[in-house]
Design a protein around this ligand. Sequence first.
Ligand SMILES: NC(=O)c1ccc[n+]([C@@H]2O[C@H](COP(=O)([O-])OP(=O)(O)OC[C@H]3O[C@@H](n4cnc5c(N)ncnc54)[C@H](O)[C@@H]3O)[C@@H](O)[C@H]2O)c1
Length: 345
Amino acid sequence: MKKKVLITGGCGYIGSQIALEMLRGDKFEPVSIDNFCNSSSTIPDQVQNLTGKRYKNYNINLLASEALRVVFEEHEFYGLIHLAALKSIPQSLKYPLKYYENNIISLTNVLKYCHEFKVPKLVFSSSCSVYGAEAEFPVDEQSPVADRQASSYSNTKKIGEEIVRDFSAGLDINCIILRYFNPAGSDHTGELGETPSEESGFIPKIVWKAMKGELIEIYGEDYDTRDGTCVRDFIHIQDLAEAHIQALSTTDTDQVEVINVGSGNGMTVLEVAEALKRRLAGVRFEYRNRRIGDIPCIFSDNTHAMTKLQWVPRLGLEEILDSQIKWTNTYLSRTNEDVIGNEIV
Ligand SMILES: NC(=O)c1ccc[n+]([C@@H]2O[C@H](COP(=O)([O-])OP(=O)(O)OC[C@H]3O[C@@H](n4cnc5c(N)ncnc54)[C@H](O)[C@@H]3O)[C@@H](O)[C@H]2O)c1
């Protein structure tokens, strides 16, 4: 019998892919809480179209503590994946209190019910941004977390990790903190993915812009990297979803285990833009000045994930770009936006 898992933010970019992979598999049954503040109520339908199976979403704001109780009363959860959060770094610099309130209070509300209803397993979504700019690369889990975080967003992740650690002390709960590097790409079908926007990550954004015939902006060409542009570690969304399934499946971890989820490869943003140029006709990019807050280089040592989770990233930049192009095409046709630069080279 499948074990029930509550996914907060289960209609978002990462949460919907995890729900999809759970429905494709035979181990876990997803249940979601998502108030659609950054997603669409049509996501469970889209997942149902792909799998023939539906997952239930409760449209509840996680800040409304009492409203959550009913979800825990209706289901017995084996695990909880806490993804729900606001995630834009620039927005968090502008509206820090909104970020602290949403990301921290949501977490404490969820943990309260985890405790009361004795949920044995928790996975918390953190971010590689907690390492900061001073770390040596590649970063492993022993690398120091920056004292002073570059944004309120990343500070909510640092504080969130500390809350999870404090919360679990003395309780019978296993907590896995996953530090994601740069999730990118879409489901291989091209039928599910992140709604593109100015706030999207680098790859979703440049594919979206290129397919609308817009100029791609690359910020900074004079960093101390192999071609002067920033280095990032892109992890395919399906590999990332699989890491969650493995995190729920493993029993071989400390009570609180921190695990990097990255590809283990650093790619420059110029290399990615050039790879896109080889796939799509008419890709244009220009350099702009460095942006405040951008870390020059970050990529993971993912050995710990491979050992503890018995997980290996299977999909690389080609699959990331191909799936992203496929999904962006679907998205643009669903929204009737003009697709200009979609001629595959
Ligand atoms: N996507 C990335 O690049 C990335 C990188 C590192 C870490 N993360 C973390 O992974 C998690 C998921 O990211 P994502 O890319 O899927 O983001 P997303 O915005 O697509 O999904 C988050 C979901 O949470 C929901 N949500 C937010 N606040 C809520 C609240 N108070 N009540 C109910 N629902 C709420 C939103 O509606 C959204 O559907 C986040 O915690 C994010 O910080 C993401």
